[in-house]
Design a protein around this ligand. Sequence first.
Ligand code: HEM
Length: 475
Amino acid sequence: MSNSELSPEEIPGDYGFPFFGAIRDRLDYFYFQGKDEFFRSRMRKYQSTVFKANMPPGPFISSNPNVVILLDAISFPVLFDMSKVEKRNMLDGTYMPSTAFTGGHRACAFLDPSEPNHTILKHWFLSLLAAKRDMFIPTLRSCLTDLFVGLEDELSSKGKAHFNSLSDKLSFDFVFRLLCDHRPSSTILGAKGAKMFDLWIFLQLAPLLSLGFKNKVLNFLEDVILRTFPLPPLLIKSSYKKLYDAFSEHATSILDEAERLGINRDEACHNLVFLAGFNAYGGMKATLPILIKWVGSGGEDLHRQLAREIRSAVRSEGGVTLAALDKMSLTKSVVYEALRIDPPVQFQYGKAKRDMVVRSHDAAFEIKKGEILFGYQPFATKDPKVFDDPEDFVGHRFVAEGEKLLKYVYWSNGREIDDPTVANKQCAGKDLVLLTCRVMLVELFLRYDAFDVECGTLPVGSSVTFKSLTKASGC
Ligand code: HEM
């Protein structure tokens, strides 16, 4: 049915009493039901993929926790339409961390495209990434060599290898080398850069996280400590200064270019630290374990097909090149499928710029100017009305005709068929992220025939432990 054929309905659901409703929803979300059941039970109760509820953190950190929740593939993309939603200070949802985490500046990711600074900063990011593109594959491959050496060493000494710590080191080294042309170990950061970013990110996102205690008392304490008042940026001040100093000293050519574009050098450097630490490192920290987890779950059949495709493309193109990567349709599809089934950034928010109608598959809803829209992406990209067997990891889902479904893959805060621009809020690193995931699989299957992993959950993303790695035959 077209929009005009559906008469707009009132949005089901309620926010409960002020304060108490928000606390009730928050406890359900974190402790009594858990994230997925929180959304699923309400979707069932209201027989609707669009409904009202409160989102954490609520009192006293967010002044207004009331949101309209979007859980299907049709309503979700309203969050990408910059003529309909405002993204100002919406990165973390209904609250914004102190700008003291970023030297007193609002980083690009907190800016709405209508703010002139967004255009200037995003243009700078997009052009610096374009200028560095020839470094992507060689730098990544060099970092991946370190990762696989570490993985093999740990496997042979301990019988298992924790992937996340090696992957975090890879992500930090890669991002720093790309932006600063130096190995972080040769700077004041030594080997501590990744851990410094971990704490800095944690303090900003703490109101949205749960550490997953099984004990009710600890859960109560966690809720009070993480969600009553924001954790103070003072806790990270000296480490953040070191990170800032390292980027300021080594990313000179990028910062010179920012100044040439009219950006104040200090503001540019804080933005660069945010890009490197929150956007790039933080994103890779969540994404790479997710990728390995799902490819691991595909088993030996999928591993054999990937190894065959990857080795044949690399052989015919004479190396790991963009042309070789482009030939790997199964590898590409597997990466999209991991990002579909388990999007690394699960939440997207936007504030309605005007009164409007948002439609789902089978209904239309009246949204008022100023209402906050919240999309929970794992449900939108597992929408059973769009994807067959949405809960299954289907490696070849996006091969050939399957490519038509790419418009329903939203991990980058935009449709997979769209590109980041200064006028939207789509991830500036979209192409680099896809390339990184593909090269990770290429290096894995050039070295090994198969692998076995054990997985668990973390406050953000998955934990992955390698139990075995089978060396490539003839390698
Ligand atoms: C590796 C996994 C990554 C994931 C999953 C990811 C995901 C995202 C998402 C979902 C957003 C939108 C946030 C929002 O407004 O709701 C975003 C924004 C952004 N990302 Fe990424 N990202 C990743 C890596 C990177 C990398 C490597 C870079 C650059 C080197 C980057 C640069 C940015 C920037 C600059 C923005 C803000 C865009 C804007 O304000 O218009 N990201 N990313």
